[in-house]
Design a protein around this ligand. Structure first.
Ligand code: HEC
Length: 85
């Protein structure tokens, strides 16, 4: 059941959320790549860790700063829910 809900949410997001397509350029469609050859593989991270990392990047000097800063709390939750373990 949980899987089905995740797939529905993922479909919904892939249709409506252009904010994720930006990320996919570097991280891959399913967040299965090492972005720029140096990030960790996000789909292997726990949901909680994805949220922590994105919140941390908002105030970091990482290349992720501008991408993370443009995400709302809700969007961060969605990304973690869909792509995290
Ligand atoms: C220009 C390429 C690029 C784009 C676009 C990008 N990222 Fe990243 N991302 C990176 C790199 C490089 C890192 C590793 C950065 C670091 O450790 O400072 C990273 C790290 C991360 C991490 C943590 C993984 C780790 O190594 O700890 C998450 C989660 C993440 N990105 C999510 C996203 C999301 C969500 C978006 C879209 C809103 C996004 N990224 C857009 C390049 C990108």
């Amino acid at each position: 059941m949980h899987k089905i809900i995740s797939v529905l949410v993922a479909l919904h997001v892939s249709i409506f959320a252009s904010y994720i397509s930006v990320c996919q350029n570097c991280h891959g469609k399913g967040f299965e790549k090492r972005a720029l050859g140096r990030s960790r593989i996000v789909k292997n991270l726990k949901k909680e860790e994805i949220k922590q990392r994105l919140n941390y990047f908002k105030t970091s000097s990482s290349i992720m700063k501008s991408y993370a800063s443009s995400l709302s709390e809700k969007q961060i939750g969605q990304i973690a829910e869909i792509f995290g373990r």
